[in-house]
Design a protein. Structure first.
Length: 112
């Protein structure tokens, strides 16, 4: 799902009109409409506020899910990309968290 479609879905789930969301962000309803129709994207500085309005993490606005995280780790390993300490820790923590939920998760076990 695109960023615009995610914003539209979250807006409807929270019973906000485009005008109400626009007012919370101090922008025009036309800007919200353009986002939702994938004609433009919100400025990066709006993302934390949009996420806060809907009570989600910024990653969730981009449909960043478990499979996306696995794919990112696989890509780093496949391309023998240098892992920074932060990248390694984030990846390791994600995989360990997945294993704590499902100890038989072969995908997490393989990547760990």
């Amino acid at each position: 799902m695109t960023l615009g479609k995610t914003i539209k879905q979250l807006r409807k789930e929270t019973f906000l009109s485009q005008e109400q969301l626009a007012a919370k962000l101090n922008i025009t309803a036309q800007a919200v409409s353009k986002w939702e129709n994938d004609e433009s994207y919100p400025d990066i500085l709006f993302l934390p506020k949009i996420a806060a309005i809907f009570g989600v993490k910024i990653d969730e606005l981009f449909d960043y899910n478990q499979e996306s995280a696995y794919q990112q780790i696989e890509n780093m390993l496949d391309h023998e990309r240098y892992f920074t300490h932060a990248d390694f820790s984030k990846s390791e923590n994600f995989l360990l968290e997945q294993l704590s939920v499902n100890p038989n998760d072969l995908h997490a076990l393989t990547l760990l």
